[in-house]
Design a protein around this ligand. Structure first.
Ligand code: GAR
Length: 196
């Protein structure tokens, strides 16, 4: 499976996908990594591995993902031969121009047990809500905010002395296992569908 990754930040989840590929537990290749943030460390990580990178021009909008930018993103992903798109800490909402080019082939990792705590900084939302467990979810992306069909999710306990940082770090450890497993599951389903 040829993967394309979109991220806005550190890219530790992309690194976990690369590590799973290196370890032979995920039969895939990352062909391209795109970011809306030219300074994002995810681009550095990709460059150091010789992976094609690019910056998505969001026309100066801080949070919106403009239609033209989504079309350009879809075109770049297609040109790189991408079959599955992985959002890995990508902080803009994907809409029709990109969804229509990759129907049921765009995945997202979210740091909560969806449908609980959608949106930003879900680990802080979980702490503020005083829940005893949260977790992480990999789901298909649809037009909503963190609403698409769930592929895999796993719970993470909230400890009495957790800070936002310690809780997020514990969630990320699980994310790094869950995302490669979810990609494997979707790739297997797609391949089974193709051979039918
Ligand atoms: C991850 O924890 C991911 O779940 C979260 O951003 C972090 C990115 O980390 N995504 C969201 O909150 C999306 N709503 P990374 O850049 O190190 O992979």
């Amino acid at each position: 499976m040829v993967l394309g990754v979109l991220g806005s930040g550190s890219g530790s989840n992309m690194q976990a996908i690369l590590d799973a590929i290196d370890a032979g537990t995920l039969d895939a290749r990352i062909a391209i990594v795109l970011s809306d943030n030219p300074e994002a460390y995810i681009l550095e990580r990709a460059r150091s591995r010789g992976i094609e990178t690019g910056v998505i021009d969001c026309r100066g909008f801080k949070t919106k993902f403009p239609e033209e930018a989504q079309q350009e993103t879809a075109a770049r992903l297609k040109a790189a031969g991408v079959e599955i798109v992985c959002l890995a800490g990508f902080l803009r909402l994907v809409k029709a121009p990109l969804l229509e080019v990759f129907p049921e082939r765009i995945l997202n990792i979210h740091p909560a047990l969806l449908p609980a705590f959608p949106g930003l900084e879900s680990w802080k939302q979980a702490l503020d809500a005083g829940v005893s467990e949260t977790g992480c979810t990999v789901h298909f992306v649809d037009e909503g905010m963190d609403t698409g069909p769930i592929i895999l999710q796993e719970a993470v306990p909230v400890m009495a002395d957790d800070t936002a940082e310690s809780l997020h770090a514990r969630i990320q450890l699980v994310e790094h296992r869950l995302y490669p497993a979810a990609i494997r599951k979707v790739a297997d389903q797609l391949q089974a569908g193709m051979s039918r």
